[in-house]
Design a protein around this ligand. Structure first.
Ligand SMILES: *Cc1c(COP(=O)(O)O)cnc(C)c1O
Length: 400
Protein backbone atom coordinates (compact mmCIF):
# COMPACT_ATOMS: atom_id res chain seq x y z
CA UNK A 1 0.00 0.00 0.00
CA UNK A 2 1.06 3.52 -0.70
CA UNK A 3 1.97 5.60 2.32
CA UNK A 4 1.33 9.28 1.98
CA UNK A 5 2.34 11.83 4.60
CA UNK A 6 0.16 14.94 4.77
CA UNK A 7 1.01 15.87 8.37
CA UNK A 8 4.07 18.10 8.12
CA UNK A 9 2.73 20.54 10.72
CA UNK A 10 3.00 17.74 13.30
CA UNK A 11 6.58 16.91 12.40
CA UNK A 12 8.91 16.37 9.44
CA UNK A 13 11.53 13.74 8.58
CA UNK A 14 15.13 14.71 9.29
CA UNK A 15 16.95 15.77 6.15
CA UNK A 16 19.81 13.33 5.25
CA UNK A 17 22.37 16.18 5.20
CA UNK A 18 21.26 17.10 8.70
CA UNK A 19 21.74 13.53 9.93
CA UNK A 20 25.24 13.52 8.42
CA UNK A 21 26.11 16.76 10.20
CA UNK A 22 24.87 15.39 13.53
CA UNK A 23 26.46 11.92 13.54
CA UNK A 24 30.00 12.84 14.70
CA UNK A 25 28.61 14.44 17.84
CA UNK A 26 27.09 11.22 19.18
CA UNK A 27 30.29 9.21 19.59
CA UNK A 28 33.40 10.43 17.80
CA UNK A 29 33.21 13.97 19.13
CA UNK A 30 31.55 13.37 22.47
CA UNK A 31 33.18 15.91 24.81
CA UNK A 32 31.23 18.03 27.27
CA UNK A 33 31.19 21.57 25.84
CA UNK A 34 31.85 22.93 29.34
CA UNK A 35 35.10 20.96 29.71
CA UNK A 36 38.35 22.87 29.42
CA UNK A 37 40.22 20.14 27.52
CA UNK A 38 40.39 19.53 23.80
CA UNK A 39 37.37 17.18 23.75
CA UNK A 40 35.25 19.88 25.35
CA UNK A 41 36.57 22.75 23.26
CA UNK A 42 35.77 20.91 20.04
CA UNK A 43 32.12 20.71 21.09
CA UNK A 44 32.00 24.27 22.40
CA UNK A 45 33.18 25.37 18.96
CA UNK A 46 30.39 23.39 17.26
CA UNK A 47 27.77 25.10 19.44
CA UNK A 48 29.27 28.54 18.86
CA UNK A 49 29.20 28.00 15.11
CA UNK A 50 25.60 26.78 15.22
CA UNK A 51 24.64 29.84 17.28
CA UNK A 52 26.24 32.16 14.72
CA UNK A 53 24.38 30.43 11.87
CA UNK A 54 21.01 30.63 13.65
CA UNK A 55 21.52 34.31 14.54
CA UNK A 56 22.36 35.11 10.92
CA UNK A 57 19.41 33.12 9.54
CA UNK A 58 16.99 34.98 11.82
CA UNK A 59 18.55 38.38 11.17
CA UNK A 60 19.50 38.70 14.84
CA UNK A 61 22.11 41.25 15.87
CA UNK A 62 24.28 38.95 17.95
CA UNK A 63 24.77 35.19 18.46
CA UNK A 64 24.31 35.71 22.22
CA UNK A 65 20.65 36.49 21.52
CA UNK A 66 20.10 32.82 20.61
CA UNK A 67 19.22 30.45 23.47
CA UNK A 68 19.07 26.75 22.63
CA UNK A 69 16.22 24.92 24.37
CA UNK A 70 14.73 21.43 24.44
CA UNK A 71 11.66 22.17 22.28
CA UNK A 72 9.34 24.79 20.87
CA UNK A 73 7.14 24.25 23.92
CA UNK A 74 10.04 25.01 26.23
CA UNK A 75 10.88 28.18 24.30
CA UNK A 76 7.27 29.35 24.63
CA UNK A 77 7.22 28.55 28.37
CA UNK A 78 10.52 30.31 28.91
CA UNK A 79 9.41 33.47 27.11
CA UNK A 80 6.18 33.82 29.05
CA UNK A 81 7.24 32.62 32.50
CA UNK A 82 10.67 34.25 32.20
CA UNK A 83 9.27 37.70 31.45
CA UNK A 84 6.34 37.32 33.87
CA UNK A 85 8.80 36.57 36.66
CA UNK A 86 11.29 39.31 35.70
CA UNK A 87 8.73 42.08 35.24
CA UNK A 88 6.19 41.14 37.90
CA UNK A 89 6.86 44.33 39.87
CA UNK A 90 6.21 46.42 36.79
CA UNK A 91 2.83 44.91 35.95
CA UNK A 92 0.75 41.74 35.82
CA UNK A 93 -1.03 42.06 32.48
CA UNK A 94 -0.20 39.87 29.46
CA UNK A 95 -1.89 39.90 26.07
CA UNK A 96 -2.13 36.88 23.79
CA UNK A 97 -4.56 35.58 21.15
CA UNK A 98 -7.49 33.18 21.39
CA UNK A 99 -5.91 30.73 18.93
CA UNK A 100 -2.40 30.11 20.30
CA UNK A 101 -0.74 26.70 20.47
CA UNK A 102 -1.24 24.94 23.81
CA UNK A 103 2.37 25.70 24.79
CA UNK A 104 1.30 29.36 25.02
CA UNK A 105 -2.37 28.88 25.89
CA UNK A 106 -1.79 26.52 28.83
CA UNK A 107 1.14 28.59 30.10
CA UNK A 108 -1.19 31.60 30.17
CA UNK A 109 -3.74 29.56 32.13
CA UNK A 110 -0.97 28.69 34.60
CA UNK A 111 0.08 32.34 34.90
CA UNK A 112 -3.55 33.30 35.58
CA UNK A 113 -3.41 31.04 38.61
CA UNK A 114 -0.27 32.87 39.70
CA UNK A 115 -2.13 36.19 39.71
CA UNK A 116 -1.48 37.45 36.19
CA UNK A 117 -4.26 38.91 34.10
CA UNK A 118 -4.42 37.61 30.57
CA UNK A 119 -6.31 39.17 27.68
CA UNK A 120 -7.12 36.74 24.86
CA UNK A 121 -7.51 38.78 21.67
CA UNK A 122 -10.33 37.36 19.50
CA UNK A 123 -9.82 36.54 15.84
CA UNK A 124 -11.93 37.08 12.74
CA UNK A 125 -13.85 34.25 11.09
CA UNK A 126 -10.78 33.71 8.91
CA UNK A 127 -8.59 33.43 12.02
CA UNK A 128 -6.88 36.80 11.75
CA UNK A 129 -6.01 39.25 14.50
CA UNK A 130 -6.68 42.96 14.15
CA UNK A 131 -3.65 44.91 15.45
CA UNK A 132 -6.06 47.59 16.70
CA UNK A 133 -7.55 45.05 19.11
CA UNK A 134 -4.07 44.56 20.57
CA UNK A 135 -3.60 48.31 20.86
CA UNK A 136 -6.96 48.73 22.59
CA UNK A 137 -6.19 45.96 25.08
CA UNK A 138 -2.99 47.63 26.35
CA UNK A 139 -3.02 48.98 29.90
CA UNK A 140 -0.30 50.57 32.01
CA UNK A 141 0.13 47.14 33.61
CA UNK A 142 0.87 45.34 30.31
CA UNK A 143 4.34 43.76 30.42
CA UNK A 144 4.21 41.37 27.47
CA UNK A 145 2.33 40.55 24.27
CA UNK A 146 2.63 37.09 22.72
CA UNK A 147 0.99 36.46 19.34
CA UNK A 148 1.85 33.50 17.12
CA UNK A 149 3.30 34.16 13.67
CA UNK A 150 1.42 31.37 11.88
CA UNK A 151 -1.26 29.11 13.29
CA UNK A 152 -0.60 25.37 13.47
CA UNK A 153 -4.17 24.32 12.71
CA UNK A 154 -5.48 26.70 10.07
CA UNK A 155 -2.18 28.20 8.90
CA UNK A 156 -3.22 31.85 9.13
CA UNK A 157 -0.29 34.27 9.11
CA UNK A 158 -0.75 37.16 11.55
CA UNK A 159 0.28 40.80 10.95
CA UNK A 160 3.23 40.50 13.36
CA UNK A 161 5.24 43.46 12.03
CA UNK A 162 2.23 45.79 12.37
CA UNK A 163 1.67 44.70 15.96
CA UNK A 164 5.41 44.93 16.59
CA UNK A 165 5.49 48.53 15.39
CA UNK A 166 2.79 49.72 17.74
CA UNK A 167 4.34 47.85 20.69
CA UNK A 168 7.83 49.16 20.06
CA UNK A 169 6.57 52.76 20.15
CA UNK A 170 5.24 51.97 23.61
CA UNK A 171 8.28 49.93 24.71
CA UNK A 172 6.24 46.81 25.44
CA UNK A 173 7.91 43.41 25.02
CA UNK A 174 6.69 41.31 22.12
CA UNK A 175 7.07 37.55 21.70
CA UNK A 176 6.01 35.46 18.73
CA UNK A 177 5.66 31.69 18.44
CA UNK A 178 7.16 31.15 14.99
CA UNK A 179 7.37 27.37 15.25
CA UNK A 180 5.12 26.88 12.21
CA UNK A 181 6.51 29.67 10.07
CA UNK A 182 10.29 29.20 10.36
CA UNK A 183 11.49 27.28 7.32
CA UNK A 184 8.17 27.81 5.48
CA UNK A 185 8.07 31.58 4.98
CA UNK A 186 10.69 34.30 5.59
CA UNK A 187 11.26 34.99 9.29
CA UNK A 188 13.47 37.90 10.35
CA UNK A 189 13.34 39.24 13.91
CA UNK A 190 14.04 42.81 12.83
CA UNK A 191 11.47 42.83 10.05
CA UNK A 192 8.88 41.32 12.40
CA UNK A 193 9.89 43.80 15.14
CA UNK A 194 9.81 41.17 17.89
CA UNK A 195 11.87 40.96 21.09
CA UNK A 196 11.51 37.20 21.47
CA UNK A 197 10.79 34.38 19.03
CA UNK A 198 10.33 30.61 19.45
CA UNK A 199 11.22 27.95 16.89
CA UNK A 200 11.59 24.17 16.87
CA UNK A 201 13.91 22.08 14.64
CA UNK A 202 11.59 19.14 14.01
CA UNK A 203 9.11 21.36 12.16
CA UNK A 204 11.67 22.19 9.44
CA UNK A 205 13.36 18.84 8.72
CA UNK A 206 15.61 18.95 11.78
CA UNK A 207 15.74 16.67 14.82
CA UNK A 208 13.12 16.46 17.58
CA UNK A 209 13.87 17.75 21.05
CA UNK A 210 15.74 20.94 20.22
CA UNK A 211 14.48 24.49 19.83
CA UNK A 212 15.52 28.11 20.09
CA UNK A 213 14.31 31.11 21.97
CA UNK A 214 15.60 34.29 20.39
CA UNK A 215 15.88 37.01 23.08
CA UNK A 216 16.79 40.52 21.96
CA UNK A 217 19.78 41.99 23.80
CA UNK A 218 18.71 43.88 26.91
CA UNK A 219 15.42 41.99 27.40
CA UNK A 220 14.79 41.18 31.05
CA UNK A 221 13.99 37.49 31.38
CA UNK A 222 14.43 35.10 34.31
CA UNK A 223 15.63 31.56 33.76
CA UNK A 224 13.73 28.65 35.19
CA UNK A 225 16.11 25.75 34.78
CA UNK A 226 18.85 26.29 37.35
CA UNK A 227 22.18 24.55 37.68
CA UNK A 228 25.18 25.06 35.42
CA UNK A 229 26.06 28.26 33.63
CA UNK A 230 25.18 27.02 30.13
CA UNK A 231 23.48 29.42 27.71
CA UNK A 232 24.87 32.35 29.70
CA UNK A 233 23.10 31.25 32.87
CA UNK A 234 19.75 31.30 31.11
CA UNK A 235 19.24 27.55 30.74
CA UNK A 236 21.23 25.08 32.79
CA UNK A 237 22.02 21.59 31.51
CA UNK A 238 24.66 20.03 29.29
CA UNK A 239 23.84 21.04 25.75
CA UNK A 240 22.30 18.71 23.16
CA UNK A 241 25.29 19.24 20.86
CA UNK A 242 24.18 16.92 18.05
CA UNK A 243 20.68 18.42 18.15
CA UNK A 244 21.99 21.99 18.11
CA UNK A 245 24.28 21.23 15.16
CA UNK A 246 21.33 19.58 13.39
CA UNK A 247 19.01 22.51 14.09
CA UNK A 248 21.45 25.02 12.57
CA UNK A 249 22.06 22.85 9.51
CA UNK A 250 18.32 22.28 8.98
CA UNK A 251 17.58 25.99 9.28
CA UNK A 252 20.27 26.87 6.77
CA UNK A 253 18.97 24.29 4.28
CA UNK A 254 15.32 25.29 4.75
CA UNK A 255 16.02 28.97 4.26
CA UNK A 256 18.26 28.23 1.28
CA UNK A 257 15.37 26.58 -0.57
CA UNK A 258 12.61 28.70 0.91
CA UNK A 259 11.46 30.65 -2.12
CA UNK A 260 11.37 27.64 -4.44
CA UNK A 261 9.59 25.40 -1.93
CA UNK A 262 7.10 28.15 -1.14
CA UNK A 263 6.06 28.34 -4.79
CA UNK A 264 5.74 24.61 -5.44
CA UNK A 265 4.02 23.78 -2.15
CA UNK A 266 1.56 26.68 -2.55
CA UNK A 267 0.64 25.42 -6.02
CA UNK A 268 -0.02 21.91 -4.72
CA UNK A 269 -2.02 23.34 -1.82
CA UNK A 270 -4.21 25.44 -4.09
CA UNK A 271 -4.80 22.50 -6.41
CA UNK A 272 -5.89 20.29 -3.51
CA UNK A 273 -8.19 22.97 -2.06
CA UNK A 274 -9.86 23.78 -5.36
CA UNK A 275 -10.40 20.14 -6.28
CA UNK A 276 -11.90 19.18 -2.91
CA UNK A 277 -14.26 22.16 -2.97
CA UNK A 278 -15.23 21.27 -6.53
CA UNK A 279 -15.75 17.55 -5.97
CA UNK A 280 -17.41 17.46 -2.58
CA UNK A 281 -20.53 19.19 -1.24
CA UNK A 282 -20.92 20.65 2.22
CA UNK A 283 -17.26 21.22 2.83
CA UNK A 284 -15.66 24.48 3.85
CA UNK A 285 -12.11 25.71 4.04
CA UNK A 286 -11.15 26.98 7.51
CA UNK A 287 -8.74 29.90 7.74
CA UNK A 288 -7.82 32.67 5.34
CA UNK A 289 -7.59 31.71 1.67
CA UNK A 290 -4.36 33.60 0.96
CA UNK A 291 -2.80 34.73 4.26
CA UNK A 292 -1.93 31.14 5.11
CA UNK A 293 1.15 28.93 5.24
CA UNK A 294 2.10 27.38 1.89
CA UNK A 295 1.44 23.81 3.07
CA UNK A 296 -1.64 24.26 5.27
CA UNK A 297 -5.11 23.01 4.37
CA UNK A 298 -7.93 22.77 6.91
CA UNK A 299 -11.41 21.66 5.87
CA UNK A 300 -14.62 21.04 7.76
CA UNK A 301 -16.77 18.29 6.31
CA UNK A 302 -20.34 18.70 7.47
CA UNK A 303 -22.11 15.65 8.93
CA UNK A 304 -18.82 13.83 9.50
CA UNK A 305 -16.64 13.28 12.54
CA UNK A 306 -13.06 14.31 11.81
CA UNK A 307 -11.81 11.27 13.72
CA UNK A 308 -13.70 8.79 11.49
CA UNK A 309 -12.40 10.57 8.43
CA UNK A 310 -8.85 10.30 9.75
CA UNK A 311 -9.19 6.58 10.43
CA UNK A 312 -10.65 5.91 6.99
CA UNK A 313 -7.85 7.86 5.34
CA UNK A 314 -5.30 5.98 7.44
CA UNK A 315 -6.70 2.70 6.11
CA UNK A 316 -5.96 4.02 2.63
CA UNK A 317 -2.40 4.90 3.67
CA UNK A 318 -2.96 8.63 3.99
CA UNK A 319 -1.68 10.33 7.14
CA UNK A 320 -3.51 13.53 8.09
CA UNK A 321 -4.68 15.15 11.29
CA UNK A 322 -7.85 16.53 12.81
CA UNK A 323 -7.17 19.94 14.27
CA UNK A 324 -3.78 19.82 15.99
CA UNK A 325 -1.99 16.69 17.10
CA UNK A 326 -2.37 17.85 20.70
CA UNK A 327 -6.15 18.14 20.39
CA UNK A 328 -6.74 14.80 18.71
CA UNK A 329 -7.28 12.10 21.24
CA UNK A 330 -9.52 14.40 23.22
CA UNK A 331 -13.15 14.87 22.30
CA UNK A 332 -13.11 18.62 22.84
CA UNK A 333 -13.21 20.44 19.52
CA UNK A 334 -10.21 22.65 18.86
CA UNK A 335 -10.16 26.01 20.68
CA UNK A 336 -8.75 27.47 17.48
CA UNK A 337 -11.80 26.61 15.37
CA UNK A 338 -14.19 27.58 18.17
CA UNK A 339 -12.25 30.85 18.55
CA UNK A 340 -12.94 31.52 14.87
CA UNK A 341 -16.65 31.27 15.61
CA UNK A 342 -17.12 27.86 14.03
CA UNK A 343 -19.84 25.81 15.76
CA UNK A 344 -19.09 22.57 17.62
CA UNK A 345 -20.58 20.25 14.98
CA UNK A 346 -18.61 21.78 12.16
CA UNK A 347 -15.44 21.97 14.23
CA UNK A 348 -15.78 18.23 14.91
CA UNK A 349 -15.67 17.54 11.17
CA UNK A 350 -12.34 19.22 10.64
CA UNK A 351 -9.44 17.69 8.77
CA UNK A 352 -5.97 19.19 8.55
CA UNK A 353 -3.66 18.28 5.68
CA UNK A 354 -0.20 19.83 5.80
CA UNK A 355 2.01 19.41 2.77
CA UNK A 356 5.78 19.27 2.69
CA UNK A 357 8.45 19.54 0.05
CA UNK A 358 8.40 15.83 -0.86
CA UNK A 359 4.66 15.64 -1.61
CA UNK A 360 3.66 15.24 -5.25
CA UNK A 361 0.65 15.91 -7.44
CA UNK A 362 0.29 12.14 -7.89
CA UNK A 363 -0.19 11.77 -4.14
CA UNK A 364 -2.80 14.50 -4.14
CA UNK A 365 -4.62 12.86 -7.05
CA UNK A 366 -4.73 9.59 -5.13
CA UNK A 367 -6.19 11.46 -2.13
CA UNK A 368 -8.77 13.14 -4.39
CA UNK A 369 -9.71 9.76 -5.77
CA UNK A 370 -10.34 8.05 -2.42
CA UNK A 371 -11.83 11.02 -0.53
CA UNK A 372 -15.30 11.16 -2.17
CA UNK A 373 -15.93 7.45 -1.48
CA UNK A 374 -14.97 7.86 2.16
CA UNK A 375 -17.05 11.00 2.61
CA UNK A 376 -20.11 9.38 1.00
CA UNK A 377 -19.78 6.26 3.09
CA UNK A 378 -19.43 8.18 6.37
CA UNK A 379 -22.29 10.52 5.52
CA UNK A 380 -24.41 7.50 4.61
CA UNK A 381 -24.01 6.31 8.20
CA UNK A 382 -24.80 9.72 9.70
CA UNK A 383 -28.36 10.23 10.97
CA UNK A 384 -27.68 13.97 10.89
CA UNK A 385 -26.98 13.94 7.18
CA UNK A 386 -30.21 12.02 6.58
CA UNK A 387 -32.57 14.16 8.59
CA UNK A 388 -30.99 17.47 7.80
CA UNK A 389 -31.30 16.55 4.11
CA UNK A 390 -28.48 18.84 3.21
CA UNK A 391 -29.75 21.79 5.17
CA UNK A 392 -26.84 24.05 6.06
CA UNK A 393 -25.74 23.80 9.65
CA UNK A 394 -27.80 26.44 11.39
CA UNK A 395 -25.86 26.45 14.64
CA UNK A 396 -23.02 28.38 13.13
CA UNK A 397 -23.82 31.91 14.07
CA UNK A 398 -20.84 33.59 15.64
CA UNK A 399 -21.17 34.08 19.34
CA UNK A 400 -18.79 37.01 19.63
C1 LIG B 1 4.80 22.23 17.25
C2 LIG B 1 4.49 23.56 17.81
C3 LIG B 1 4.94 23.94 19.09
C4 LIG B 1 5.66 22.99 20.00
O1 LIG B 1 6.93 22.65 19.54
P1 LIG B 1 7.61 21.30 20.12
O2 LIG B 1 9.03 21.40 19.71
O3 LIG B 1 6.89 20.17 19.46
O4 LIG B 1 7.43 21.33 21.60
C5 LIG B 1 4.66 25.20 19.54
N1 LIG B 1 3.98 26.07 18.79
C6 LIG B 1 3.54 25.77 17.55
C7 LIG B 1 2.81 26.79 16.75
C8 LIG B 1 3.77 24.50 17.02
O5 LIG B 1 3.31 24.19 15.82
Amino acid sequence: MERIYFDHAATTPVEPQVVTAMIPYFSQSFGNPSSIHWFGRENRKAIDEARTVVARELGAGEPSEIIFTGSGSESDNMALKGVASALRKKGNHIITSAIEHHAIFDTCKYLEKQGFEITYIPVSEAGLIDPLDVKNALTDKTILVSIMHANNEVGTIQPIAEIGRLLRERKILFHTDAVQSVGSIPVNVNELLVDMLSLSAHKFYGPKGVGVLYVRKGTLIDSFIHGGSQERNRRAGTENVAGIVGLAKALQLANGNLAANQVTITELRNYLIEEVLRRIDHVRLNGDRSKRLPGNINFSFEYIEGESLLLSLDLKGIAASSGSACTSGSLEPSHVLLGMGICHEIAHGSLRLTLGKSNTKTEIDYFLEVLPEIVNKLRGMSPLYDSAVRKECSGCTRTK
